[in-house]
Design a protein around this ligand. Structure first.
Ligand code: PLP
Length: 386
């Protein structure tokens, strides 16, 4: 029997080319061939975020949480005032990290399934002065998409730096880091970027680097400190050997392949493909009579879908769906954890994945005792894709 498709919000299904690269013999981290791959990956990461040559990329061994830690450890000083735009589980984690480095957190919280609008942010920023605003581009616990462009414009207007957690968005959702003025945009390898777990990826603006350079206090984390990593990133980009901590060599080789695949498809095409496939999944879920956690289609992410279980169905559904061909994730937001499940559709996702997952959900629902007309979700998705 073929293996079920992994359709959770990360890790995702990776391309054959990426997996083949992972299997190659590990070169020395100072081998000229690897130096070239690392240098090119740094340049391509900037391109994928649509950031100019004066933006500084970092590629670190670690998960997305390390990317968050790296941004905050370097940009937040004790007593800095940080407004955390809170759209769910990962915004709360960002707040915890800011507190750990001595920042003073104010939460601007949306109820589960809602987002925060630029107008709400403007009102909050009028109440006090903030050094920094953090935003979660796609909240993976609710499937909510936040208007990073509008929010960043408001935050910059109020003189704050902006950190965006794009772990469930980069490489899928529209992002124009430089045009939009985002100071640090960060992600991890295993989501839409399309590389097995283990890389933390960040790109910092000249303004972010200036705030870091102007610090009055040392960075409170040894591993995350950009004093260690900036010279390394600069060296590899200049195609020179350098060492602080051994880079994740095979993962970086695979990253080189996946960033190239994204750029070869074209970013605009990548954004449109994710929108279309997401609309098809959401149409299929709606046809099954299931509602979704985001309260409005206009602020629903294109990287995942968060359907609510129908009456009489619970998390046992996921076991049936797995047997029908797709691995899905359960709920994550603590307030509504048992009420919904999550379908990831990002990265190298295709029409056939969409049809596979909807077919599996349909069959799973029937086995869970929920009556659905055979083919109804697939028909709705096909109509959306036509
Ligand atoms: C997955 C995710 C993270 C955490 O990434 P890890 O690689 O699991 O540490 C952070 N933020 C968002 C929005 C995520 O989706």
């Amino acid at each position: 029997m073929s293996r079920p498709r992994l359709m959770i919000p990360g890790p995702i299904e990776f391309t054959d080319e990426v997996m083949a690269q992972m299997a190659r013999p590990t070169p020395s981290h100072v081998d000229p061939s690897f130096i070239e791959v690392f240098g090119q990956a740094l340049e391509d990461l900037r391109k994928v975020f649509l950031a100019g040559p004066d933006y500084q990329p970092f590629i670190l061994a670690g998960s997305g949480t390390l990317a968050m830690d790296s941004a905050v450890a370097n940009l937040v000083e004790p007593d800095d005032r940080v407004l955390v735009v809170d759209t769910g589980y990962f915004s709360q984690r960002m707040a915890d990290i800011v507190r750990r480095y001595g920042g003073e957190v104010t939460l601007l919280s949306a109820p589960p399934g809602e987002t925060i609008t630029p107008d709400q942010l403007r009102d909050a920023l009028a109440q006090a002065d903030y050094d920094l605003v953090t935003i979660t581009h796609v909240d993976t616990s609710t499937g909510v998409l936040t208007d990073v462009r509008g929010m960043t414009a408001v935050a910059k207007g109020a003189g704050a730096l902006v950190i965006v957690d794009g772990v469930c968005a980069a490489g899928a959702e529209e992002l124009r880091q430089e045009d939009w003025g985002v100071d640090v945009y960060l992600t991890a390898s295993q989501k839409a970027i399309g590389v097995p777990p283990g890389l933390a990826l960040l790109v910092a603006s000249p303004g972010a680097m200036a705030k870091w350079l102007g610090r009055a206090t040392p960075v409170g984390s040894y591993y995350s400190d950009w004093n260690h990593w900036l010279p390394i990133m600069e060296a590899y980009e200049a195609r020179k050997a350098s060492y602080f901590g051994t880079p994740a060599v095979n993962l970086i080789m695979a990253l080189g392949v996946s960033l190239r695949q994204i750029l070869d498809e074209g970013l605009e095409n990548v954004f449109v493909r994710h929108k279309r496939l997401s609309d098809a999944v959401k149409a299929g879920i709606a046809a099954l009579g299931l509602s979704q956690v985001p309260t409005d289609h206009a602020h629903a992410a294109h990287t995942l879908t968060c359907p609510r279980y129908p009456e009489g169905v619970d998390a046992r559904l996921l076991k049936f769906v797995r047997e029908e061909g797709a691995i899905l994730a359960g709920g994550l937001h603590p307030a509504i954890k048992t009420e919904y499940f999550r379908i990831g559709h990002m990265g190298a996702v295709s029409r056939s994945d969409v049809l596979t997952v909807l077919g599996a959900v349909e069959a799973g629902l029937r086995r869970a005792g929920y009556a659905v007309e055979p083919g109804i979700a697939l028909a709705a998705a096909q109509a959306e894709l036509a």
